[in-house]
Write a protein that binds this ligand. Structure first.
Ligand code: FEO
Ligand code: CA
Ligand code: CA
Ligand code: CA
Length: 599
């Protein structure tokens, strides 16, 4: 009630923050309502059977909303009508099946897992009277993409020998997408989605003896024997000892056109192969498009891609057909960041004595079409083994880059660096100005400005907006704002912007002990750095895929009820249905009756 509380809230952020809690429900800022839009198992395609937890089949799941929805994107159709696209990042079988025997999954359980992965396209309509967003079984547009849907490989590595398999000697047709984490909506109305932790699906890297192949696998986190899911027992493409190149066909950014339901989804090799968190597009002044990309791994990198061709305006068939090729041809860069404060001040005070964690940076080219800029790598090798190429050019090792997203109002770019508990451990890199904490449990949020505001520029200046954690702790920083007034925030993951240019941040893995949630913060003006919690998700869940519209907010509630000791045999939380029901991942809508969000 004191001091800055009496300051005017930033435009669009007039709400009282939610207090940290561990409830088994969505807790919103006062005056807001919430409802489930769609949850795991709900019908998506015509003819989908009603969900029956105790009688699941792969055929039913292939027509129903998949498991563990992460990214959520909206493509507008008409007023208050949208196509909603959700990523189904991964499956947790012990929460999907009672009596699940992890050592011996049945073939049907594995096939249900394949069908529960991928993407869903669902038509949704906003009901102006109730404020709810209602899913529709739209015969034309609704779609499920699963582990067995056909993708086209596109760009400079399409058809490469590194991508050919027994089942696909062309190296141009891949079945399925996996571990789709975050993503973005393009200006031409398609969805981009990042294939993230694909390594966990491939068995028997430990049987590979060729040292080059082994090192490539190891750099992508593949070194073990059997996988947890045991998919390799039912399809040998998941066994790298039997099909060495199948793994190279995952770890891409995929593009799906929900407006053309008969079109094949595409894997874009020009954007490189790593543990793609997602991809977000910014149109540069000259009309070329820039994709910002994060590789979510401890000590991995931030990338950008600049297209060769310019975007054609409008949504005509002709313009869209052209724009859907923009991510096929261009230059891939990786970021190097340099701080401007003495090393002696890093890790010892917050912020350094010049008042900011800040500095400059450059974009280092890796490849462009069939030209490689990296010694010892062909262009194809740069695209397929991008991490190794980026290692070679001295890119900056970051604390797990998640969403990297431009602010459509200011043009500044933001990256969520979720955490890195290994920083400073023996043999690992210690703190630097841009990743300033040893054992970084709570993560931070980075902001940069491309030189001259030109997104194709090769240099930039950067600063940290937030160093997350308990505001009372000395190692946190909230853009210089009075820390006694901010909400605690930990492990930023997904980013979104409202029309005022406020940054919205969803969290994954709150290391402060309360539930994950959605936060908002002004990026400009006197309220810059004033983080406020807008909602918390139910216990055990992470918050992802925020969509901030004028009249509503969407969040993905991923893995609700996944608590230590819990399983389908012992559910310890029951959202959204309550009672003794199994918890189910879902998309939720939040709105304020009669008002816009934040007003
Ligand atoms: Fe799937 Fe990087 O979170
Ligand atoms: Ca500094
Ligand atoms: Ca994520
Ligand atoms: Ca995450």
């Amino acid at each position: 009630e004191q001091g800055q509380d009496r300051r005017r809230p930033a435009r669009g952020l007039d709400f009282a923050p939610v207090a940290p809690n561990t409830e088994d429900r969505i807790v919103t800022a006062e005056g807001y309502e919430s409802a489930v839009v769609i949850k795991w198992g709900d019908p998506v395609l015509p003819g989908a059977p009603a969900f029956d937890f105790d009688k699941q089949t792969a055929a039913a799941q292939a027509k129903q909303f998949g498991f563990n929805n992460d990214f959520c994107g909206l493509v507008p159709l008409t007023h208050d009508r949208y196509l909603m696209v959700s990523n189904h990042e991964y499956t947790s079988e012990s929460f999907m099946f009672k009596g699940f025997d992890a050592a011996n999954p049945t073939e049907e359980q594995v096939r249900i897992g394949w069908a529960a992965h991928g993407l869903s396209v669902v038509a949704v309509e906003r009901d102006g009277r109730s404020g709810k967003l209602l899913p529709k079984i739209d015969r034309r547009y609704n779609r499920r993409i699963t582990m067995t849907s056909e993708f086209e490989v596109d760009g400079p590595a399409a058809g490469s020998a590194l991508l050919r398999t027994k089942a696909d000697p062309s190296g141009r047709k891949v079945l399925g997408t996996m571990n789709n984490c975050a993503g973005g909506v393009t200006p031409w109305g398609t969805i981009l989605s990042g294939e993230e932790n694909f390594n966990q699906y491939f068995a028997n890297a430990n049987q590979v003896t060729d040292p080059v192949a082994k090192a490539r696998l190891a750099r992508y986190g593949l070194s073990g024997g059997a996988t947890t899911r045991k998919w390799e027992r039912f399809d040998e493409r998941f066994d790298v000892a039997k099909e060495p190149n199948e793994v190279n066909r995952f770890g891409w950014v995929v593009e799906l056109d929900p407006l053309e339901p008969d079109s094949a989804p595409v894997k874009h090799t020009a954007l490189g192969r790593f543990k793609h968190e997602g991809a977000n597009i910014q149109v540069a002044r000259d009309g070329r498009v820039v994709a910002y990309l994060g590789d979510d791994e401890r000590f991995d990198y931030i990338y950008k891609f600049v297209s060769t061709q310019r975007m054609r305006p409008g949504q005509s068939r002709w313009a869209r057909a052209h724009n859907k090729k923009l991510l096929s041809e261009g230059t891939l860069y990786v970021a190097r960041f340099t701080g401007d404060s003495p090393a002696s001040e890093i890790g010892s005070q917050t912020p350094p004595s010049d008042g900011a964690f800040d500095g400059t940076g450059e974009w280092i080219p890796l490849a462009s079409g069939d030209k490689s800029y990296v010694d010892g790598f062909t262009a194809e090798e740069v695209y397929v083994f991008t991490r190794l190429a980026a290692d070679k050019v001295g890119a900056t090792k970051m604390d797990r880059p998640e969403d990297v997203q431009p602010n459509p109002v200011t043009g500044r770019v933001y990256a969520a660096l979720t955490n890195n508990t290994d920083r400073g451990k023996p043999g690992k890199e210690g703190p630097t100005e841009i990743n300033p904490r040893n054992g970084n449990r709570h993560g931070h949020v980075l902001e940069w400005e491309e030189k001259g505001g030109d997104h194709t520029a090769l240099t930039f200046s950067w600063r940290l907006l937030l160093v997350c954690g308990d505001p009372a702790a000395t190692d946190t920083y909230f853009g210089g704002y009075d820390k006694s007034q901010v909400s605690p925030i930990s492990c930023p993951d997904n980013l979104a912007f409202d029309r005022h240019g406020n940054l919205w941040i969803s969290t994954d893995g709150n290391a402060l002990g309360s539930n994950d949630g959605l936060f908002a913060v002004a990026t400009q003006g006197p309220e810059r750095g004033h983080v406020k919690q807008f909602l918390t998700v139910p216990i055990g869940a992470e918050t992802c895929g925020p969509v901030i519209e004028d009249k509503f907010v969407l969040v993905s509630v991923q893995h609700p009820g996944e608590l230590d000791g819990a399983s389908a045999d012992n559910p310890m939380a029951h959202w959204p249905e309550g009672g003794s029901a199994q918890p189910r991942p879902a998309v939720a809508v939040i709105w304020k009756p009669g008002r816009k969000i934040g007003e």
